[in-house]
Design a protein around this ligand. Structure first.
Ligand code: GLY
Ligand code: MN
Ligand code: MN
Length: 504
């Protein structure tokens, strides 16, 4: 790498910048406090000779109206209280390397921002709250941070100035390094709640300012629950984001089918990598670890090792989702015959799961209890397992005792949004035991899994795992399958494979 921004002509090195020969400054890295000593000449030189790039034109985020409405809803829920909602920071992967940063969902939901170390503070006043985004400002050029700190702008890229951050988000922006002092100063005022689990240092500051720790933890939990309740019904912009995620995911599945010959020559990893390429090109990332499970690996629910062989005659269970640049994820599963055609026994299992999914999707409608679509799928699977001679009826007994669960193992779906398992902390009366509402987005994902060592099933079934998973939005009069771009019925799956599998 070569520095090209400063030329000899613009700023001749070592001349007249440190005429008095002042002592070399010491810079301490933000993260590990390590000292960096450089000569006074270099330090001086690095401070100067840069064009002024302080102000760039920035556009407001496109979801600004929605984030403002979400903040107003949260404000109304906690009048007179201070709310602290952090984005979280970088997490160490190994030694001095970090995982790619992914901002906390509640912070993103309320701000539209994804800055590491960011934090939203709702400061109460008699009519509501003033909301401020506390952000890291641009790197300091005077003390050398911009080039001496591993997270300075010359290493990590330009950050928004605070003025730019405020213009983008539509709220005031202050330096996040001032936040502890701001909170301490306000300590004897309003009660403070914080969303926990993202910023331990900030939690320590807030905890230090509060009394009864048990009570404070309870109040923090109420804030987390309220946010998940708010996130249950998606607004128009969120549904568009989720559709975008699903559409990219559909293309990712097509990529995988086209790459199957290469996967057969290597391993399931080729499938994972192929899907990941689509996710990174069109979105931020995958929304969760891709499950590329071939043959008997499909009976392991969260098979993410993806190091098994891919063979003709077996099924590939691919559970994968693209996460958009705004962090909304799809969650889709298809179970595909690798050769292009199901065997009779594979088709029998597949068609039963398909029937369960059809009956389950039919139970997704506004006003229906959330549990209905799970109950419908479980009942259809139980009936099919009885018909296959694997369980003894009547079906009511099987379902009541949950006997079908030996072969289906998991629930039939979950909410979908910024988290793949979205709104998990919302109140049960609003969610698991609540009613579906227009704008809710959920997965419908029945499955059957016959373990390779399960002696209760005929040998021909052992090692077969089938899941069909679609993303469904509740509409005013029923539902819409957002992932309908991928076929589900067995004959349609075969026709689609014939279209996308490379001809050998
Ligand atoms: N991909 C995880 C799930 O389907 O819930
Ligand atoms: Mn899934
Ligand atoms: Mn799922």
């Amino acid at each position: 790498m070569e520095a090209t921004a400063v030329t000899e002509q613009q700023h001749p090195q070592g001349k007249a910048h440190n005429p008095g020969g002042a002592e070399a400054p010491v810079f301490r890295a933000r993260k590990n406090g390590q000292e960096q000593k450089v000569s006074a000449e270099l330090s001086d030189w690095m401070r100067t000779g840069w064009a002024d790039t302080e102000m760039r034109g920035v556009d407001p985020i496109e979801q600004a109206e929605h984030t403002a409405r979400r903040r107003a809803a949260l404000s109304a829920r906690f009048p007179g209280e201070r709310l602290v909602i952090p984005a979280g920071g970088l997490k160490t992967r190994s030694n001095d390397t970090e995982y790619p940063f992914r901002a906390a969902c509640d912070y993103v939901y309320l701000s539209g921002d994804q800055s590491d170390d960011g934090c939203l503070v709702f400061e109460p006043h008699p009519g509501g709250h003033d909301v401020t985004a506390y952000l890291r400002p641009r790197s300091n050029r005077e003390n050398g941070e911009f080039w001496l700190d591993g997270h300075g702008e010359l290493w990590s890229g330009r950050r928004n100035s605070l003025a730019e951050g405020a213009a983008r988000l539509g709220i005031a922006a202050h330096d996040v390094r001032e936040l502890p002092a701001v909170l301490e100063k306000a300590a004897d005022g309003a009660a403070t709640r914080v969303v926990r689990g993202h910023d331990a240092a900030l939690e320590k500051v807030v905890d230090g300012l509060r009394g009864d720790a048990g009570k404070a933890a309870e109040r923090d939990e109420e804030l987390a629950v309220a946010l998940h309740d708010l996130r249950l019904v998606k607004d128009e912009w969120e549904v568009e984001q989720l559709q975008k995620a699903v559409d990219s995911t559909v293309r990712g599945f097509e990529d995988v089918v086209a790459a199957l010959p290469k996967a057969k020559a290597t391993s399931e990893r080729y499938i994972e990598g192929t899907f990941f390429l689509r996710a990174r090109v069109e979105g931020n990332d995958v929304g969760y670890g891709t499950i590329a499970a071939s043959g008997p690996n499909a009976t392991t629910l969260h098979w993410v090792r993806n190091d098994g062989p891919v063979r003709d005659g077996e099924l590939l269970l691919l559970d994968a989702g693209v996460e958009t640049n705004e962090l909304y994820t799809a969650d889709v599963t298809r179970t595909l015959p690798i050769s292009g055609t199901f065997t009779d026994v594979q088709r029998r299992v597949y068609d039963l799961v398909y029937k369960a999914q059809e009956e389950s999707i039919a139970a997704v409608a506004p006003g229906r209890p959330f549990r209905d679509y799970h109950v419908a799928a479980q009942r259809a699977l139980a009936e099919g397992l009885i018909a296959m001679g694997l369980l003894e009826g009547p079906v009511d007994r099987v379902v009541e005792l949950g006997l079908q669960r030996r072969y289906t193992l998991h629930g039939t779906g979950h909410m979908l949004g910024l988290d793949v398992h979205d709104c998990a902390r919302s109140r049960t009366e609003e969610h698991l035991y609540g009613e579906l509402k227009p704008g809710m987005v959920l997965t419908v994902e029945p499955g059957l899994y016959f373990q390779p060592d399960d002696l209760t099933v005929p040998e021909e079934l052992r090692g077969i795992g089938v899941r069909i998973e679609d993303d469904v939005v509740v509409t005013e009069d029923g539902n819409r399958v957002m992932s309908a771009g991928l076929p589900r019925r067995s004959d349609e799956v075969e026709a689609w494979l014939a279209e996308h599998l490379p001809k050998s």
